[in-house]
Design a protein around this ligand. Structure first.
Ligand SMILES: Nc1ncnc2c1ncn2[C@@H]1O[C@H](COP(=O)(O)OS(=O)(=O)O)[C@@H](OP(=O)(O)O)[C@H]1O
Length: 299
């Protein structure tokens, strides 16, 4: 989907319409979304897919202690939320002075998740790490490519019809980055004050700054600070100086921070245009400008 510049979402317009209406109007105006986005709204739409925040948070530097557990809402052999599978028993017992964290990126884009999580814990705090959706799509593709080298190129997958400039919004790598639609789903159950949006870009250039926001949001003393991080030139990312369970510095694993394949700049340009109105809506909904339009590169 290519969006003409005149169709950028104006804040007043966005306020007057629900997100879905606004997106619908934009799509209709472009006549390029067809039913793709609308049919996917009923099931899954997007994910942010960034694990690094919880991995950085895991060290029990402070009090309350943070515990991390994966996937409490997933039933074994079931990922479609059909069964009533909320099972807090799989979570570790949370003692006084502890906070338990759970990290499953796909929940953000799973239609049933907000309702189910709300019925489990209405006052739960939610943290979402978001990055430029264009970079996110390329990162997503890079991950798939590492497992399935035979898949078509990013440029092929990104379009329904490249000549006509029709972006394939049904491709999960692209669909997931339409954050405004996912957020709309969550805001039907949780107030914005219960959700913290962490900038994936800031997390790389200023991990301590973003972690300060996380600690404040969780009501923790700021114990993770600049002194816990250093920039690892080989990795090209910040790493932890000394995790609690080891005396050695620790970077995130090989699957985090992979080199992305070169993508045709024209395709990147088209994707930026595609995402722009959705990003504007997301900024308005969150009250945060992630400045993705101002980025030069997409790595
Ligand atoms: N400190 C540090 N070290 C390494 N990587 C970092 C770091 N901070 C942020 N990032 C970015 O995190 C991206 C990987 O997160 P994922 O999206 O794969 O997480 S998840 O597994 O889907 O939850 C990964 O994306 P790619 O660069 O595409 O690999 C990184 O850009």
């Amino acid at each position: 989907m290519i969006l003409a510049s005149g169709l950028c979402v104006d804040a007043d317009v966005t306020a007057a319409l629900s997100t879905r209406d606004t997106v619908n109007e934009l799509c209709q105006a472009q006549m390029q979304c067809f039913l793709t986005i609308w049919s996917t709204l009923k099931c899954m739409v997007f994910q942010t897919g960034m694990a690094q925040n919880s991995e950085m948070l895991n060290p029990k530097h402070g009090r309350p202690t943070l515990l991390e557990e994966q996937c409490p809402l997933n039933c074994p052999n079931s990922s479609d939320f059909k069964d009533p599978c909320i099972n807090l028993n799989v979570m570790p017992k949370t003692l006084d002075g502890q906070l338990t964290m759970e990290k499953t990126p796909s929940y953000f884009v799973t239609n049933e998740a907000p309702k189910r999580i709300h019925s489990m814990a209405k006052d739960i705090k939610l943290i979402v790490v978001v990055r430029n959706p264009v970079t996110r799509a390329i990162s997503d593709y890079t991950q798939t490519l590492s497992k399935k080298p035979e898949i078509p190129t990013f440029e092929v997958l990104a379009f329904k019809n490249r000549t006509l400039g029709l972006i394939d919004a049904s491709w999960s790598a692209i669909r997931i980055g339409i954050y405004a639609l996912h957020l709309e789903n969550w805001l039907q159950y949780f107030p914005l004050s219960q959700i913290l949006f962490v900038s994936g870009e800031r997390l790389i250039v200023d991990p301590a700054g973003e972690m300060a926001k996380v600690q404040d949001f969780l009501g923790l003393k700021r114990v993770v600070t600049e002194k816990h991080f250093y920039f690892n030139k080989t990795k090209g990312f910040p790493c932890l100086k000394k995790p609690e369970d080891s005396s050695a510095p620790r970077c995130l694993g090989k699957s985090k921070g992979r080199t992305h394949p070169r993508i045709d700049p024209d395709v990147i340009h088209r994707l930026r245009k595609f995402y722009k109105p959705f990003n504007m809506m997301f900024y308005q909904m969150t009250g945060q400008d992630f400045r993705w339009e101002q980025e030069e590169g997409d790595k």
